[in-house]
Design a protein around this ligand. Structure first.
Ligand SMILES: *Cc1c(COP(=O)(O)O)cnc(C)c1O
Length: 337
């Protein structure tokens, strides 16, 4: 099977598994796991941030960040398609007791003007706007990337209005590679950042939350309350260290593969709009003689797995378990349809 359903389906490479087997471990709830401590300081160093916290999932890092940044009754500002709102089980309400102000963004990206217009006035009728959360790359935007100048304008609005700025950077490394940006730029601009190691970077489990030391100390307490304190999880942290050292630059290959597949799709009469392919995700419309579900079924007959994300749209995600020859096989299969 060639699995395009998500970049979460990757399995550790033999060399990553070796690194995991060699890990030195201890009890991380006691702060004694050397591999986790190493991963946390390595990630914080990369982004020029004070501290980091290793967590089981990106949902947990986002939800902890929202919990620490807000009080019940506050309001979180984000794009209407954001993962924190659409795909975290109502966690903003459940965990933090906050309401959400949804913005109609452009492929998952919102502007400084929209943020400014969404901040509530100081009025007892209104929830208190305390947090803005951005997603880069934006998953439902088809892996779209922010213009860093726009992020700086949003940061300026947040600072002027005393709001915190969080980044859901589940696929931030895809954006960094695609736009030739640095982790430091992001570390300087955001109050807190969540990055996933289990997406394009190819580890089996894990996400990292980055922020100031006082924030991460509170986050560590919330992680325990959420049931996310792990013990000898250094085996997982070792996979993360390996991924940060070895799997970042190669994301460019996934982006190239996505371009190659999109170029073939573009020529087919049953393919409608393809969202601009900026990173490793392709979202495209299937129409005319094939419906989205029929296209997915035909591809499955050729051992290629993907999702219909709506009745008319299909999503394909490239990742490190999809080789150049698998991309060629896929291109050939599409050409025969
Ligand atoms: C995958 C993802 C997350 C985190 O998901 P987990 O499965 O909980 O690790 C967060 N944000 C975005 C945009 C994602 O794609």
């Amino acid at each position: 099977m060639i699995d395009f359903r998500s970049d979460t389906v990757t399995r550790p490479t033999p060399t990553m598994l070796d690194a995991m087997m060699q890990a030195k471990v201890g009890d991380d709830v006691f702060g004694e796991d050397p591999s986790i401590n190493q991963l946390e300081s390595m990630a914080a160093g990369m982004f020029g941030m004070q501290a980091a916290l290793f967590c089981p999932s990106g949902t947990m890092t986002n939800q902890i960040a929202i919990k620490v940044h807000t009080q019940p009754g506050d309001e979180v500002i984000c794009d209407k398609m954001s993962h924190i709102y659409q795909y975290e089980g109502g966690g903003i309400a459940f965990n933090s007791g906050c309401s959400v102000r949804l913005i109609e963004g452009d492929r998952g990206r919102i502007t400084a003007e929209q943020v400014l217009a969404s901040i509530n006035p100081d009025d007892i009728h209104k929830p208190v706007s305390t947090l803005v959360s951005l997603e880069n790359t934006a998953n439902r935007g088809g892996g779209s990337c922010y213009d860093f100048e726009e992020i700086k304008r949003i940061k300026h609005i947040c600072s002027e209005n005393n709001l915190k700025l969080h980044l859901d950077g589940a696929r931030l490394f895809n954006a960094l590679v695609a736009k030739n940006e640095t982790p430091q730029q992001y570390g300087e601009t955001f109050d807190t950042i969540s990055i996933c190691l289990s997406k394009g970077l190819g580890t089996p489990v894990g996400s990292i939350l980055l922020g100031p030391t006082a924030f991460i100390n509170k986050a560590r307490r919330v992680r325990k309350v959420f049931g996310g304190g792990m013990r000898q999880a250094g085996f997982l942290a070792a996979a993360g260290i390996f991924a940060l050292n070895n799997h970042v630059a190669r994301l460019a290959e996934d982006h190239l593969h996505a371009q190659q597949i999109a170029a073939v799709l573009q020529q087919k009469d049953f393919i409608g709009e393809i969202l601009p392919v900026e990173t490793n995700i392709i979202i495209f419309e299937v129409k005319g003689r094939l419906a989205a579900a029929a296209f997915v079924a035909k591809m499955k007959e050729q051992n290629m797995l993907m999702f219909a994300v709506s009745p008319t749209q299909v999503r394909m995600v490239l990742h490190l378990d999809i080789t150049a020859s698998m991309v060629q096989q896929t291109v050939d299969a599409i050409n025969l349809l």
